[in-house]
Design a protein around this ligand. Structure first.
Ligand code: CP
Ligand code: NVA
Length: 293
């Protein structure tokens, strides 16, 4: 039998998504520790740097009774020292599952095709599902049912936006994204695109932004800084949203670019709740992938 994988949020049916989120809330409330991964090792392969994803996957595996094995790109050389398929064919002989952070989404698909153990996307150029699950959890904590909630995105049409759109749509929230011309998402997503950040933010229940230059795009940083002028979420822009609006950011933040310090540290900022919820979302995702319900 092919293992279940989680390469993006839409690998889950809406019903599975709701169950996974409910599981995450329950585990957070109870401080859950389990043995679902007992006796198994999970490989955590990272081609790019990470704080939140690496830490929370490691802790999640540990809190479910398993052993996390961190493998960095310098050591493994995924697709360089040896082909992705060969890495997959080796790892599946030793581990219960693989989480991978990669430059090219195709690398994850190849891992999933060739390894007969669950593969989790720990961020690719296209998607960041573990982040989106934690974001949905954070919004549910703040607002309850997300039906009819208006979420504004300000910035790049990137991996975080793509997964956010795929988590919000089945939960009934509306997403309006202010994106400069030329930086729209490559794939069709359930959201409305506008050009003016104020138009997106006005009347929003939550305002979300992410870096203008993602990992792997460093050479474009200067051009992006020019093209994203006027897209900084500062206090004046944040105050255009509802007076009860929450602020979200997946972190790390590039202060003075997409956001200012006073917004990240605003009383209605939820960014550290998002970070906290990464752990519970990761635990729920791992439990789901090993068939624990
Ligand atoms: N938000 C997030 O994925 O952070 P890291 O890059 O530190 O893992
Ligand atoms: N869009 C960012 C998210 C980092 C968590 C990146 O891909 O670098």
């Amino acid at each position: 039998m092919q293992a279940r994988d989680l390469l993006d949020v839409d690998d889950l049916t809406p019903e599975e998504l709701r169950q996974l989120l409910a599981d995450a809330h329950r585990m957070k409330a109870s401080g859950y520790r389990g043995q679902e991964l007992a006796g198994t090792t999970w490989a955590l392969i990272f081609e790019k740097p990470s704080l939140r994803t690496r830490a929370t996957l490691d802790i999640a595996v540990y809190e479910l009774g398993g052993h996390p094995l961190y493998l960095d790109q310098k050591g493994v050389g995924l697709g360089q020292r040896e082909p992705v398929r060969d890495v997959a064919k080796n790892l599946e002989r030793w581990v219960g599952g693989i989480a991978a952070r990669v430059y090219r989404h195709r690398t994850l698909e190849e891992l999933a095709e060739h390894a007969d153990v669950p593969v989790v996307n720990a961020l690719s150029d296209r998607a960041h599902p573990l982040q989106a699950l934690a974001d949905a959890m954070t919004l549910e904590e703040a607002f309850g049912d997300l039906k009819g909630l208006r979420v504004a995105w300000v910035g790049d049409g990137n991996n975080v936006l793509a997964s956010l759109a795929k988590v919000l749509a089945p939960l009934g929230a509306e997403l309006v994204a202010a994106i400069p011309e030329g930086y729209e998402p490559e794939e069709e997503l359930p959201l409305e695109v506008v050009r003016d950040p104020r138009q997106a933010v006005q009347g929003a229940d939550a305002v979300y932004t992410d870096v203008w230059t993602s990992m792997g795009q460093e050479e474009e940083a200067e051009r992006r800084r020019r093209d994203f002028a006027g897209f900084t979420v500062d206090l004046a822009l944040f105050e255009e949203a509802k007076p009860t609006a929450a602020f979200l950011h997946c972190l790390p933040a590039h202060y003075g670019e997409e956001v200012t310090e006073e917004v990240v540290y605003h009383p209605r900022s939820r960014v550290f709740d998002q970070a906290e919820n990464r752990l519970h979302a990761a635990k729920a995702a791992l439990r789901f992938l090993v068939g624990a319900r």
